[in-house]
Design a protein around this ligand. Structure first.
Ligand SMILES: *Cc1c(COP(=O)(O)O)cnc(C)c1O
Length: 402
């Protein structure tokens, strides 16, 4: 059975899986560290990392052992009972981030739903029922469930799904004047990514950070920071909010958190947690003990001494290499991003789709972001040699499409 499905994996996929992705004809059979291997034995340097999920690469020993160990005890209890793996991971997350409480869920979109619900419930309990408006950004990405989709500033992915949850408005990224116009005493929250990854690898301006903090101070609204992609050490600090000085009240995490298993989290300040009661929100699978055990290994490794310094070193190395390439090839635009979310804009005459194919042929997996931008999301423990290799392969891919 498996043999016959492998013969033409892509055709089998098309026959069985709902057609929501355009997938290439590749057949990965194993991952090791920063590499994936296909059925023919070809190695691919994985600078996609499962969309920033495999932050410690494939077959990470600590994660594999944590999963094996916890799965032999119990796989699932539900949130009807306290369980040690959740508490251990929660405690570690709170120590590292200086937040006060955590709520576990299964994914990024759920973490953002949690943030939105907690923010609205907070003001409801405080008797400020008119505080519902949430201000987010054009080209943001917060997930695919209804409220997170309503928060997402990309009309094209909302189209055809009927009415969206109301009271979400979108202002252009880094447009402080537009932001000031939308925020007042009826604003529930300003919601933003610490780095807009899918939306085009766009960093926050200092002025934006200052404006968000000032508006929060002035009007008493909450600040929700979506760190689903940019958090967990990817920007060289554990949270992006910490790096840029954003005064976050609620933070969403997911992607890298579960070490490859589905896990999301909301970090809360105590004053918000104080307004929540049993029954306000919930989840059957959220904070699954096996996923939390994996997560504890992830957070321990990312916060180990010296780890994040390496992330910053690799960031400088890759940025420098990308800039050289941008200078060499006329169809390349600006180098963007921070930490290990890096982007390179590709000018109109070439398409990022063609580049992705050429890079894959050269043995390097990369992805795109909005606006014809190539995006790199290598594992955080990528080595200097692997980054050099990736840059060589990229150069080959640029020559191929150029
Ligand atoms: C991926 C992503 C999400 C959605 O996460 P899912 O796990 O796919 O639901 C939300 N916000 C950001 C910034 C993301 O990158």
């Amino acid at each position: 059975m498996e043999q016959s499905l492998h013969k033409n994996l892509l055709e089998s996929d098309k026959a069985v899986i709902a057609p929501l992705y355009g997938k290439p004809d590749v057949d990965f059979v194993e991952g090791r560290g920063c590499y994936l291997f296909d059925a023919a034995g070809k190695a691919y340097l994985d600078f996609c990392a499962g969309i920033a999920v495999n932050a410690l690469g494939h077959q990470n020993e600590g994660i594999v052992n944590a999963i094996a160990e916890q799965s032999r005890k119990f796989m699932h209890l539900s949130n009807l009972y306290p369980n040690y793996p959740q508490i251990a991971l929660g405690k570690k997350l709170l120590e590292v981030t200086k937040f006060d409480k955590v709520f576990f869920c299964n994914s990024g979109t759920e973490a953002n739903e949690g943030c939105i619900k907690f923010a609205r419930k907070y003001f409801d309990r405080k008797g400020e029922k008119n505080r519902q408006k949430i201000v987010t950004f054009v080209n943001s990405f917060h997930g695919r469930t209804f409220a997170a989709l309503s928060a997402t500033g990309q009309p094209s992915i909302r189209e055809g799904f009927g009415d969206m949850p109301g009271d979400f408005v979108h202002v252009p990224w880094n447009d402080t004047a537009a932001l000031c116009k939308e925020v007042d005493e009826n604003t529930c929250a300003i919601m933003l990514e610490s780095l807009a990854a899918e939306g085009g690898v766009m960093t926050l301006s200092k002025e934006m950070v200052d404006t968000v903090n000032r508006l929060k101070e002035k009007f008493g609204c909450l600040v929700i920071v979506d760190e689903v992609q940019a958090g967990m050490g990817r920007l060289g600090t554990f949270l992006g909010a910490e790096k840029y000085g954003l005064h976050a009240d609620l933070v969403s995490l997911a992607k890298a958190l579960g070490g490859g298993l589905p896990l999301g989290a909301v970090l809360l300040r105590q004053f918000i947690a104080d307004e929540l009661k049993p029954g306000d929100h919930g989840t059957t699978f959220g904070g699954n003990p096996v996923a939390c055990a994996a997560g504890l290994s992830v957070v321990n490794q990312i916060t180990a001494p010296g780890f994040l310094e390496k992330v910053n070193e690799r960031s400088v190395q890759l940025k420098t290499g990308l800039q050289k390439m941008a200078n060499k090839f006329s169809f390349l635009g600006e180098v963007r991003g921070d930490g290990l979310i890096l982007g390179l804009s590709i000018l109109a005459e070439k398409s990022v789709g063609d580049l992705i194919v050429a890079a894959r042929d050269a043995g390097l997996l990369v992805l795109s972001a909005k606006g014809n931008v190539m995006r790199l999301l290598p594992p955080l423990n990528v080595s200097r040699e692997e980054c050099d290799e990736a840059l060589k392969k990229l150069e080959k891919a640029f020559e191929e499409i150029g």
